[in-house]
Design a protein around this ligand. Structure first.
Ligand SMILES: [Zn+2]
Length: 481
């Protein structure tokens, strides 16, 4: 499957969007100096009519505009090779911020001065962060903090059946038996350091040395205003000697608006501006506490978003001439179809009959759904090695929805959960702080790499995971790996 890059245009930010205090005081590298010939021309043509003071002013403005122009462009190669030492805090600290459903490209919908500031002065993924499959909220958030694919960390969907016990996982399940692997807050606590979670899937679950301490572990409540979340995190930085080593901060937007209105609506722009406001609030608060230069901020999302409409539906009821798929067989539908055939019905038979019907030309949009035995799924999806993954998996094309029966009313909105090869499922990755080069872009990568990056920044020995041991060396400055 080829990423649909052509369907999404990426525009370059204008220089005026990029101005920030850090950019106005760039490091004195030669690439930031004005072109000498341009400066000479300016001074020659104005020499006769300008006083020396005006001449000086004109030269300064020429220099300043050149600095702004050149500093607005990301450096194509590493501009610095030495990390900055901490100036205020006793040890490294990472704030991991998730904006749910922040599709890659949303960062160009509005000026977004704070996010642009982080991009211009930090390291970002040039074409976005690649989520794990399925591109859903819980599997991806937990992959980010464990470095494991869902088949390894056990959270294989937002809702699913555990065939061993017969019980179901939901987004409010906090029993540790569901949540496998070692999340970062546990790794941090196991090293006798402090972690603080302001919402993150799995963060309320006791694991190892992590017991979700009341002072540093917020229980999920979606009605808490975003400002309160930021301000609580900022309060952790009031006393420099007790700053947590690792902090999570979660926002439900712009996923919420994406589902309701699709990725191209004005509501998305407003939601993204609001996320930028929260990033700005966090930066200002860290600056006021004189720790912004020492703190590593990582801003990312869990997945992207694609428009869905009634014309792109595959109705399972339409397959009844070939096979009657009962509602209670279906574990999940919409962007990810997963089916538990009952005892006595072989999964292979379900796959064969479904694909026969779908390819017959008699089922509306049938050719936009492919059904697999899970062991026959493409290896790159890493979606078979768990007994929690149902034996029959259907992959709809981008933007198509699988529904049990034809809905009574039509609607258009947005969805996710699709194959992670679709470009629309990508999200952002922006990192800013002492371990990261300024104004640098790295090729896109999968979010299972992030666990090792954060463990390296904090100087911790992480748990085994699906990330590459070499990846931190490709993105961090030398002293951090
Ligand atoms: Zn969502």
């Amino acid at each position: 499957m080829v990423p649909a890059t052509a369907s999404f245009s990426i525009t370059s930010p204008s220089p005026s969007d990029m101005a920030s205090p850090e950019e106005l005081h760039p490091a004195p590298t030669t690439s930031l100096l004005p072109n000498p010939s341009t400066t000479t021309t300016t001074t020659t043509t104005t020499k006769k009519s300008l006083t020396p003071l005006l001449l000086l002013l004109a030269t300064f403005l020429s220099f300043a505009s050149a600095v702004l122009y050149f500093s607005s462009k990301p450096h194509p190669s590493p501009p610095t090779v030495v990390s900055r030492p901490l100036s205020t805090l006793p040890r490294p600290t990472v704030i991991l911020i998730s904006a749910d459903g922040f599709r890659f490209g949303y960062q160009h919908k509005a000026p977004l001065p704070s996010i642009r500031r982080l991009i211009a002065n930090g390291t970002s993924a040039d074409l976005g962060l690649v989520p794990v499959f399925p591109t859903l909220t819980f599997p991806n958030h937990y992959s980010i903090v464990t470095g494991l694919y869902p088949s390894s960390h056990g959270v294989v969907n937002n809702h699913f059946l555990d065939p061993a016990s017969g019980s179901r996982f939901s987004m409010s399940s906090h029993d540790p038996r569901w949540w496998l692997g070692e999340p970062l807050w546990e790794t941090v606590a196991n090293h006798n350091l402090t972690a603080a979670t302001y919402f993150w899937p799995g963060s309320e679950v006791p694991k190892g040395s992590w017991h979700c301490p009341p002072k540093f572990c917020q229980h999920y409540n979606g009605s808490v205003p975003f400002e309160d979340r930021v301000d609580t995190v900022l309060a952790y930085f009031d006393h420099h000697d007790t700053v947590p080593s690792f902090v999570t901060l979660y926002f439900e937007d712009p996923d919420h608006q994406g589902h309701l209105f699709g990725p191209d609506d004005r509501e998305i722009t407003d939601a993204v501006v609001r996320i930028d406001d929260m990033v700005g609030r966090l930066i200002r608060g860290l600056e006021e506490r004189r720790v912004f230069d020492d703190v590593t901020l990582i801003l990312l999302g869990d997945h992207g978003m694609v428009g869905t409409c009634e014309k792109k539906q595959i109705i399972l009821e339409d397959l009844s001439p070939w096979i009657d798929i009962r509602d209670d067989w279906v574990d999940s539908s919409s962007a990810l179809l997963s089916i538990w055939p009952p005892a006595g019905v072989s999964p292979s038979e379900v796959v064969d009959k479904m694909n026969l019907g779908l390819s017959s030309g008699k089922v509306e949009n049938g050719k936009s759904l492919r059904v697999f035995l899970k062991e026959d799924l493409p290896e790159r999806l890493h979606y078979s090695a768990s007994e929690r993954i149902p034996p029959v998996i259907g992959l709809p094309d981008e933007g198509y929805q699988v529904l049990l029966r034809r809905p009574k009313w039509s609607s258009c909105g947005g969805g996710h959960g699709y194959d992670n090869a679709f470009f629309s499922m990508r999200t952002i990755f922006v990192a800013h702080g002492p371990p990261f080069r300024k104004g640098w872009q790295v090729p896109s990568f999968e979010n299972v790499e992030i666990y090792n990056v954060i463990a390296a920044i904090l100087g911790l020995k992480g748990a085994p995971n699906n990330g590459s041991a070499a990846f931190p060396g490709s993105i961090l400055l030398p002293t951090y790996y």
